[in-house]
Design a protein around this ligand. Structure first.
Ligand code: HDE
Length: 687
């Protein structure tokens, strides 16, 4: 049979339709059975020899139930253990034919289904989501030519140049092995010891000490393929390519103090945000960007384009936006989908190939290997979430958990017994052919001199930051390295980062009790505006605004401000000293779904306090605390009625981003809504 006979076209719903065959929703009104289908008469008492006697071995129901439970856990991912996934689809804007023959990048009318998993890297499965860390951003495209995995992070570079260092790096970063402390943080001796002994990490450390490591939302992060890949077109011509995801909402972050508090208040902060927004129909969107370098320009840059500790400055190599992904469906079952999904940068389609980047080459081994232990054998491609939506045929057989029943006696290639099928096809007929790059050299364990500049781009990153972003980086070093106990390690870190920027190193050296360096070597003056989050799109859309009201609140004023926020897509949430109905002075009512007990200002983006004629002294105290905390985090604040008086009493009136009205400022609502859209008032003087 010709392969093409069974080729089905893939559309937005193809994966969902395939998953439907595996869904089980038929428990309602059903008799309970064992896994063998035997009806069960009793599920609360084990079978015993006498009412007070021992449980009997023959109780097969007890044994099956408890045995299944005993085996419910699988190993968590060795890195990226904590993650959260969602389904969606991808559309290309125009054919990428000049660069790649990948089918899913040709036709703007095709919607390719996909699954994305966002993750933190170092914490274990139950760790807080707002830890200072890199975020994973892995996408599985279910294309008509097979699975394509684009396994990205939210930072464009990595800690090392060669994958052989990865196990050492991860060991140093994870909790220390003798006491398993600390969880989900790099703020300890072994991490900084490794960093200071591996100066190629300098650039990536600058990213992890920056605001990028504290994303406000998975919906507001960039994604970067990090490694250099290759596009190959129909004519066999190659181009080097780097992949980007650009969030339509822009790239936004939490401040450190906020992130730490949210870690306690809501360890699920990022997944809750993603889940709720998808449930509400606020579908996250990311544009796919590519940077392309012609093969003739391989050596035209002052860095090696195969070095994963280097980015390609967007001002020098523009990012071309070529399509858009929309996430529009939450999972039905976390384990079956998010936990069992298995990514692998080696899952490619014709038209996408690899470069000789030594980090990428190592990754091409590691991902398939790690799935074998994590998912218990070689058949994980049969798990519903991992199944390709296009047919797959080969002579691989058997193994733990095999589900396919391969009919027939032939499981070998080349055969005559089954008309030599399944059979390979030529490149022209869609067979994957590796790019025929000419390589030659001696077998050596060495690295090219072109990989040896470890600091210039770290300085480029520092130069590109706005003043508040720089201050956050200084704070982050002071916090993270400040937690290190070994003085020599701390000093080595200070001395290392003097090579990036002397002022930076001096500033955190003083904070952590080290000797400030007197010399630094960087002469780099270049900056890249694309690296600063100051230059990202900003919107009020989906920003959460706390509305603080007590009994006796001003219904007309409050509903006017709520309507103004909603008109811009912001999400007001009523907070009071209790949950339930709150009565206004005009006897209208609003329901508070949040209280001072369940929530605090850190989980909101802005605050409106109206107060209420019947507000108790405790309400006033709680509201003031709420507002002061939002103030410390540079958030927009608006006050009316009693709320306005309290804000003035706290001496916050007149500060940047604090809006009081209507008497003092008739335009205050409009200005507040604009403030919500601009997110933070970094120039606010914090007293
Ligand atoms: Fe990974 N990485 N990695 N990584 N990585 C894994 O594979 C590895 C690297 C990334 O949501 C593991 O299935 C090596 C860069 C993401 O399931 C493992 C090196 C980038 C995820 C592995 C790297 C990534 C992983 C662990 C070379 C950004 C989570 C579990 C130093 C482009 C995927 C697993 C998910 C997961 C190895 C570096 C991204 C062990 C050897 C660079 C998003 O195979």
């Amino acid at each position: 049979m010709d392969m093409n006979d069974e080729k089905k076209s893939v559309n937005e719903n193809s994966k969902n339709e395939q998953l439907e065959a595996f869904r089980s929703r038929d428990n309602e009104d059903k008799v309970m059975t064992t896994n063998q289908g035997l009806k069960i008469s009793e599920d609360e008492f084990s079978l015993k020899a006498g009412e007070r006697g021992p449980t009997l071995m023959e109780d097969f129901h007890f044994r099956e139930k408890v045995t299944h439970f005993d085996h419910e856990r699988i190993p968590e991912r060795v890195v990226h253990a904590r993650g959260f996934g969602a389904h969606g689809y991808f559309e290309v804007y125009e054919s990428m034919k000049p660069y790649t023959k990948a089918k899913f990048l040709q036709d703007p009318n095709v919607k390719t289904p996909l699954f994305v998993r966002f993750s933190t890297v170092i914490g274990s499965r139950g760790s807080k989501e707002t830890a200072r860390d890199v975020r994973g951003f892995a996408t599985k495209f279910y294309t008509e030519e097979g699975i394509y995995d684009l396994v990205c992070n939210n930072m464009p570079v990595f800690f090392m140049q060669d994958a052989i260092k990865f196990p050492d790096f991860v060991h140093a970063n994870k909790p220390e092995p003798h006491n398993e402390i600390p969880q989900a943080t790099a703020s300890h001796d072994t991490f900084w010891d490794w960093i200071s002994q591996n100066q190629e990490s300098a650039h990536m450390v600058m990213w992890t000490m920056s605001d990028r490591a504290l994303p406000r939302s998975f919906r507001m992060m960039e994604g970067f393929g990090v490694n250099t890949f290759r596009f190959v077109n129909e004519e066999g011509k190659g181009h080097f390519v780097k992949f980007h995801w650009k969030p339509v909402l822009g790239t936004h972050s939490l401040v450190l103090d906020e992130a730490e508090k949210i870690g306690g208040k809501d360890p699920d902060f990022n997944r809750r945000d993603l889940w709720e927004n998808i449930e509400m129909g606020n579908y996250p969107e990311f544009e796919l960007g590519v940077q392309i370098i012609e093969e003739k320009d391989e050596f035209a840059f002052d860095f090696d384009i195969l070095d994963a500790t280097k980015l390609w400055p967007e001002e020098d190599v523009p990012v071309r936006l070529i399509g858009k992904m929309t996430l529009n469906r939450n999972v039905d079952n976390f384990f079956a989908e998010t936990e069992q999904v298995a990514f692998h940068p080696g899952n490619v389609v014709p038209g996408i190939d690899f470069s000789n980047d030594p980090l990428l080459q190592g990754r091409l081994f590691s991902y398939l290997d790690t799935q074998l232990i994590r998912l218990g054998g070689p058949n994980f491609h049969e798990l519903p979430i991992n199944r390709s939506v296009c047919p797959f045929h080969n002579n691989q057989r058997d193994g733990y958990g095999r589900q396919t029943i391969n009919v027939g006696r032939v499981a070998h290639h080349r055969n005559a017994l089954a008309n030599n099928s399944p059979y390979p096809v030529s490149e022209k007929e869609g067979g994957y052919a590796h790019y025929q790059e000419k390589v030659e050299g001696h077998k050596i364990r060495a690295r090219s001199d072109s990989f040896k500049d470890h600091f210039s781009q770290a300085t480029l990153f520092w130069n590109s930051m706005s003043e508040p972003e720089r201050q956050h980086i200084i704070n982050a070093f002071s916090f993270e390295v400040g937690k290190v106990k070994t003085k020599e390690v701390k000093q080595r870190v200070v001395d290392m980062f003097a090579n990036v920027n002397l002022e930076l190193a001096k500033a955190f050296a003083i904070n952590i009790g080290c000797t400030p360096p007197s010399t630094g070597s960087s002469t780099v003056t270049k900056s890249s505006p694309a690296l600063s989050q100051e230059n990202t799109p900003k919107k009020a859309y989906t920003r959460k605004v706390a509305i603080l009201i007590a009994d006796g609140f001003d219904f007309q004023q409050v509903t006017e401000i709520i309507a103004a926020l909603q008109a811009e897509g912001a999400m007001p949430a009523i907070v009071s000293d209790r949950q339930g109905i709150i009565n206004s002075s005009s006897n209208n009512q609003l329901e508070a779904k949040h209280s001072f007990i369940t929530d605090s200002s850190v989980v909101f983006d802005a605050v409106y306090v109206d107060g209420g004629k019947n507000a108790t002294p405790v309400f006033q105290m709680e509201a003031c605390q709420f507002v002061k905390e939002a103030f410390m985090h540079y958030k927009p604040i608006i006050g009316t009625n009693e709320g306005k008086q309290w804000i003035e009493k706290e001496k916050l009136g007149g500060s940047l981003g604090v809006f009081l009205g209507p008497e003092e400022n008739p335009d205050f609502v409009n200005q507040f809504v604009q403030g919500v859209a601009s997110h933070r008032f970094w120039s606010r003087v914090i007293i």
